[in-house]
Design a protein around this ligand. Structure first.
Ligand code: SF4
Length: 377
């Protein structure tokens, strides 16, 4: 590692241009540098296997242009109400039996609302935490007091992706603001939870947008413990359905660049793995990916079979990481359902700018053809 990068690692101050130049280095140089940094902060022989459970699927009021769960798009996903605690427990036990040490529960909500459903989620958190697994949730925007109750129930991490750069975000989502995402991450931090936040590449953004996203993550103080890097899975019926998949080299570059800019974070190889070869994934592990999501589905999009993943681990000499290697198991406050319960009325923004590609229906419900198509830059 050059002295220059050693300095940046300590200061963690990066400009967009510096990250852009890093991303565009000769590929093998970039991977080599990332692999060196990975070995300083992480055990390169271990990869965490995480399981993503969609505990409430579809019917989301937001307009994220990549997401098949938005109710305004016409996709084939099967909608489901909130799962029962018993189902979640059974799925978590199954995941644990094949080496998963972390469960991330996702609900297609704009933001967490008080009431029966949130209480049920708190119970799920407690149940999985008692199985000795790290528990993460991704439930949309969250107030400080809701974050505290999740923490009291034994939550280990909260996921809230920033998705892309602040500039490009305006072309992907119009129903909630970038600042609200940052605010939710702040609320998570104040509750003492670890932060999981990353993004998606291949949504038509420029390379400078990718660099800017990493700069934003690096300036969060402290930066996220976990950064998922997704490659877009273009789902029919979404505004991004016609985007071509990105080259594997982009994914390797993004993982390596993330590793260098955020040296201590766990870089998670997330959506899009079915589109990657074993060799491509191996290069991502070399470049610093420290986690995969296992299970045949990633929320609603396909994911490799766990047996195939375990065979790849065997070939590469990797082992699944045990839970709580990077942090302590959270204590439970038995009063978690009522602790910090307040009648808050959070005001989340609705930027409401027009994204032509996200408009699929007229006011009276008749479908219109999309006027704009998103294309890769
Ligand atoms: S990404 Fe989340 S918030 Fe956005 S539409 Fe999908 S489920 Fe809703």
């Amino acid at each position: 590692m050059s002295n220059n990068n050693k300095m940046k690692e300590r200061k963690n101050i990066w400009t967009k241009e510096e990250v852009f130049n890093l991303y565009n280095k000769p590929l093998l140089e970039l991977v080599f540098e990332a692999a060196q940094i990975h070995r300083i902060h992480h055990n390169p022989k271990e990869v965490q296997v995480s399981t993503l459970l969609s505990i409430k699927t579809g019917g989301c009021p937001e307009d994220c242009g990549y997401c098949p769960q938005a109710s305004r798009y016409h996709t084939d996903i099967e909608k489901n109400d909130l799962m029962t605690i018993q189902t979640v427990k059974a799925q978590a036990l199954r995941a644990k039996s094949f080496g998963s040490s972390r469960v991330c529960m996702g609900a297609a909500w704009r933001n967490v609302k008080e009431g029966k459903d949130f209480d049920q989620v708190l119970e799920m958190v407690r149940t999985i935490r008692d199985l000795d697994m790290e528990v993460c949730c991704t439930l949309g925007m969250l107030t400080k007091n809701q974050a505290q109750r999740l923490s009291d129930a034994g939550l280990y991490a909260y996921n809230h992706n920033i998705d892309t750069s602040k500039e490009y975000y305006k072309k992907v989502i119009s129903t909630r603001g970038y600042e609200d995402r940052i605010k939710t991450i702040g609320n998570v931090r104040k509750a003492g939870l670890t932060v999981c936040s990353g993004g998606i590449i291949g949504m038509g953004e420029s390379l400078m947008d990718r660099a800017a996203m990493l700069v934003t993550l690096s300036t969060l103080n402290p930066y996220p413990e976990s950064v998922p890097i997704n490659s877009l899975v273009a789902v029919e019926g979404t505004p991004m359905e016609e985007l071509e998949k990105i080259p594997i080299w982009d994914m390797i570059r993004m993982v390596a660049t993330t590793r260098i800019v955020l040296p201590k974070t766990t870089v998670r190889l997330s959506a899009g793995r079915t589109q990657m070869t074993d060799e491509g994934q191996a290069l991502c592990f070399m470049a610093g990916a420290g986690s995969i999501f296992a299970g045949d589905k990633l929320l609603t999009t396909p994911n490799p079979d766990i047996n195939k993943d375990m065979e790849l681990f065997r070939i590469l000499g990797l082992s699944p990481q045990k839970p709580y290697i990077k942090g302590d198991k959270p204590q439970v406050n038995e009063n978690y359902k009522n602790s910090n319960k307040k009648n808050e009325k959070p005001i989340w923004s609705r930027p409401g700018h027009k994204i032509d590609a996200n408009i699929t229906a007229t006011k009276n419900g008749a479908e219109t053809k999309r006027k704009t198509k998103l294309t890769l830059k």
